[in-house]
Design a protein around this ligand. Structure first.
Ligand code: 5GP
Length: 182
């Protein structure tokens, strides 16, 4: 935490926005021939990233959201993921761009991507703002990656701690003691 009570900055607003310019240019190029792009965000963390990203895409597209919950209790297997709120749109025959805030162990994205394929998507690609690659427990193919981060707890730009800090315009770090204090 800094003197003004805000989490220490890890990735500045300017750096985030510059990288999103680059990701959008790459996506725009890769989907030049796609006529039916469905951009899917995972609530709630991806909302800020998705909003900034899709505003930079000029092709016609549809935005949809779903929400998951992870259960890591004693009665469930590690990494079990459940859908809490499902998509409004059908995936059949569509090009799906999944947009996520952060990949940690990889269980959430692995499950979601398998589900999208099962529902008949024509293609599924993954765009992730932050990749905590050092924590990966299961392989996930990331097609567009914003930044790699170390094993720290990040907040801001959509990412929360107990639903707080999402509105920070930068990505910051909460130290372990700060996470325990809250
Ligand atoms: P995974 O299934 O990859 O382990 O979990 C990904 C989810 O864990 C993310 O969508 C996010 O909700 C949460 N997560 C993992 N690391 C962090 C972090 O450093 N900060 C925050 N705010 N959430 C995290």
């Amino acid at each position: 935490m800094t003197e003004n009570g805000k989490p220490r900055e890890l990735i500045s607003t300017e750096t985030l926005q510059r990288r999103i310019d680059e990701l959008a240019a790459e996506i725009e190029r890769d989907y030049a021939d796609s006529k039916d792009l469905l951009c899917v965000g995972v609530l709630k963390g991806s909302v800020f990233f998705l909003a900034d990203l899709v505003q930079r895409l000029s092709r016609p597209l549809v935005v949809d959201f779903f929400q998951t919950s992870s259960y890591r209790g004693e009665t469930t297997s590690p990494g079990e993921v459940r859908i809490r709120r499902d998509l409004d749109h059908s995936l059949a025959g569509r090009d799906v761009l999944l947009i996520e805030d952060i990949v940690d162990t990889g269980y959430t994205m692995r499950t979601i991507m398998a589900l999208m394929g099962f529902r008949g998507a024509r293609s599924v690609r993954l765009c992730v703002l932050l990749d905590k690659a050092c924590k990966r427990e299961t392989a996930v193919q990331i097609n567009y990656r914003g930044f790699e981060v170390d094993d720290v707890f990040v907040v801001g730009y959509g990412l929360d701690y107990n639903d707080r800090y999402r509105n920070l315009p930068y990505v910051g770090v909460l130290d372990e003691a700060e996470v325990e204090e809250e």
